[in-house]
Design a protein around this ligand. Structure first.
Ligand code: IPM
Ligand code: MG
Length: 369
């Protein structure tokens, strides 16, 4: 009997619905070729869910995600829901909450160069030659999940007597949270080039000093074969564009990873190319590393490749379909080698007829599968 996998699809906002349609197209094509059915069902998250029911992560969405074999998410957020009112619901809360609720503490963001796009990078070819790194971002702790608060002090009421607003966010980690993400990084390094760069701010932050101590303890005791280096986050931001090819696995705190992965994406030429996998102990979630690009939404011009490459990661990590995953990656590579581009990765030399819209790019990938 044909195997059926349930996929919970979360189109979200902005370009989300357009790019997820291409991800599904690829899933259908892979299913047809490998004798598997991917049963995709759409549910609401983010701004779309706020509009429908006032909640960026409705209970039904969470239930659907828990019941699925994998979750495919596109993107959330947009100016429509931008607010500085701390009480108003925000689309991003839906994303943060689903990661937390599903226990997705490991976020893998591979940064690889497609040869055909080397020219799209803002860095010189000799600098990006050989770039192949895996950013392992801690995803359910740290600064994005700590206690935060905003106060509106009456004149004279603040601790220093100063009037006006006050706010704080907390960066907190438990030992087990650092241990488990460290192990994920070392395990990933073992399957790659055997090197982990642990990024922290141990010259200032107590959490970072604890992070460093724990990562070293795990490394020495359990992964003596893996090389470990510490890099301060500000220096890491610099080294990423100075010597990107020297990084193999980069492991870091939630916010540091958020920032550094956008920076690393740019090395490849476009954030539109970067996929991610969020893994925990149960169902996993796959999404592009980029946002909802509201400025180009509903125009049919968004780059669906990061979404398609997140399908590749799904096949690999959730369904152990390595061959199918390789085929998806190969199809994307050939499409790019043949010169097909979406607008974000096109340049002055790209012939106009090679600049494709979102759906046409998805069709090209499917045609090459
Ligand atoms: C990402 C995004 C999210 C994050 C936002 C939308 C909450 O920037 O996945 O990198 O910061 O994790
Ligand atoms: Mg981000």
């Amino acid at each position: 009997m044909k195997k059926t996998y349930q996929i919970c699809c979360l189109p979200g906002d902005g370009i989300g619905p357009e790019i997820i349609a291409e991800g599904k197209k690829v899933l259908d094509a892979v299913g047809a070729r490998y004798g598997v059915t991917f049963a995709c069902e759409d549910t609401l998250i983010g701004g779309a869910a706020i509009d429908a029911c006032g909640n960026p992560l409705p209970d039904e969405t969470l239930e659907a995600a828990r019941a699925a074999d994998a979750v495919l998410l596109a993107s959330v957020g947009g100016p429509k829901w931008d607010t500085t009112d701390p009480a108003a619901p925000r689309p991003e809360q839906g994303l943060l909450k689903i990661r937390k609720e599903l226990g997705l503490y490991t976020n893998l963001r591979p940064v690889q160069i497609f040869g055909a796009l080397a020219g799209a990078s803002t860095l010189r070819p000799e600098i990006i030659d050989g770039v192949d790194m895996m950013i392992v971002r801690e995803l359910t702790g740290g600064l994005y999940f700590g206690r935060r608060e905003r106060f509106y002090d009456e004149p004279g009421a603040g601790t220093d007597g100063a009037a006006g607003q006050r706010a704080y966010d907390t960066l907190e980690y438990r030992e087990y949270e650092v241990e488990r993400i460290a192990r994920q990084a070392f395990e990933a390094a073992r399957k790659r080039r055997g090197k982990v760069s642990s990024v922290d701010k141990a010259n200032v932050l107590e959490t970072s000093r604890m992070w460093r101590e724990i990562v070293h303890r795990i490394g020495e005791a359990e992964y003596p074969d893996v090389e470990l280096e510490d890099v301060l986050v500000d220096n890491a931001a610099m080294q990423l564009i100075n010597r990107p090819a020297s990084f193999d696995v980069v492991v870091t705190e939630n916010m540091f990873g958020d920032i550094l992965s956008d920076e690393a994406a740019q090395i490849t030429g476009s954030l539109g190319m970067l996929a991610s996998a969020s893994l925990g102990d149960g169902v996993a979630l796959y999404e592009p590393s980029h946002g909802s690009a509201p400025d180009i939404a509903d125009q049919g011009i968004a780059n669906p490749l990061a979404q398609i490459l997140s399908v590749e990661m799904m096949l690999r990590y959730s369904f152990d379909m390595g061959e199918a995953a390789d085929a998806v990656r190969a199809a994307v590579t050939v499409v790019l080698d043949e010169g097909w581009r979406t607008r974000d990765i096109a340049d002055a030399e790209t012939p106009a007829e090679c600049v494709l819209g979102t759906a046409a790019m998805g069709d090209q990938v499917v045609a090459h599968l």
